[in-house]
Design a protein around this ligand. Sequence first.
Ligand SMILES: [Zn+2]
Length: 485
Amino acid sequence: LSAYDLVIRNGRVGAAHGSFDADVAIAGETIAAVGRGLPPGAREIEARGLLVLPGGVDAHCHIEQVSAGGLLNADTFETATAAAAKGGTTTVISFAAQHVGLRMDEVLADYAARARRGAMVDYAFHLMVSDPTPECLGEHLPAAIRAGHRSIKAFLTYDRIKLDDEQFLDLLLVAREHGALVCVHAENHGMIRWMSRRLVEAGHVAPRFHGASHPRLAEVEAFERVAAMSALVDAPVMIFHVSTAEGAAAIRRARGAGVKLLAETCPQYLFMSVDDLDRPGMEGARFMCSPPQREAADQAALWRALELGDLQTVTSDHAPYRLDETGKFSGGPNASFKDIANGLPGLEQRLPLLFDAMVSGGGPGLDAFVALTATNPAAIYGLPTKGAIAPGKDADVALWDPGKRHVFSDANVTDGTGYTPYAGREVTGMPVLVLRRGEPIVEGGDLRAAPGSGRWLPREVSPAMRPSGRPSPDMALAARFGATL
Ligand SMILES: [Zn+2]
């Protein structure tokens, strides 16, 4: 009887700090050994010429989520996680979205039930807070954090879900006290509303004006304000979807000054520009997301910021809406840009797009690809069994054929939107076999996973979540005079 259920032989193992050639042995759900000349397994896979990579971790996806307006997005846990698996992603973090008037504990139970029913990959939730009542801050959030939900999402813009600065500070304090990471959509709400109103009043309502309605300065101002609030409380913050060069520079400055900011960007900001919105009629709606795509110079700046470590991960911000009255055009077929649903599908395309640019295209390389798409997000979000090929880790393994070509098209998307903004783009390098905890969930391009076979991941406090230990002068002053905040 063999000690191993499966041995993947002679592949190149991708690792954040130095990829290497080795066999990978799996016993049950776990990676049992990594090395040369391992003893035979019950099943053997020859992987010469292939890459053996950790399954992707996508830490920002909107799955089966209901908007403040009551609109359900285009994906169930089943369709979204099928798309994830096809694209080589085996862990997702989606949202338990509290809207005003809802109890956080009930919202969380509701999303947990949906995921238990449908998820095919492993998952965790960000606790999205829109109504930080005393009960939410004092009871529901601390209980959820203690149970292993170790991240909170806040919006500083969008009517009906945005928090003001005082509420955001409250969240930072709860996260600091109980051990969680606050993630934020940071844009200046007033600037966006003001620009949008002026554009619409002047009759500029086509999708192309969405770009101008989210001023670059709205991002920079909000990042700097978030940095100040993070410093005041001494609580780390993850800034979601950085889109501008100036935004990345603001993060670099704050980090240089000792503020514990983390940050991500997304493929839409690395591969698209505001010109993608500039199409005839309503076609630009296919490409609308918030913040909007920017300029070619921003793409270069964001790649540079990833390379420098100012940004630590690339997520999809998968926000799926169909191109019909149930999604993008719920505000009517000729709605102004203000009334077109914002968000792009990208769970399936994230890894192939990045692999093509970073590995096939001679960019930053395989180690950086593994770090940004799996190892870093697993470490930041408190998922110690995910994000790397090493003994003791969950056997989440994606076998990549680095030479396999694929053309994205609306006809071959797996998620529930029925389209991809990358239609027509060819990439080189695709996953050909995906294991989730040792079980093949994609094989030869076919999905094998059962709905509900994904597992919820209780998370631990990661080093990224811990305060810097340098209290702000103001908090220190209060403490000096005996105040405990
Ligand atoms: Zn998002």
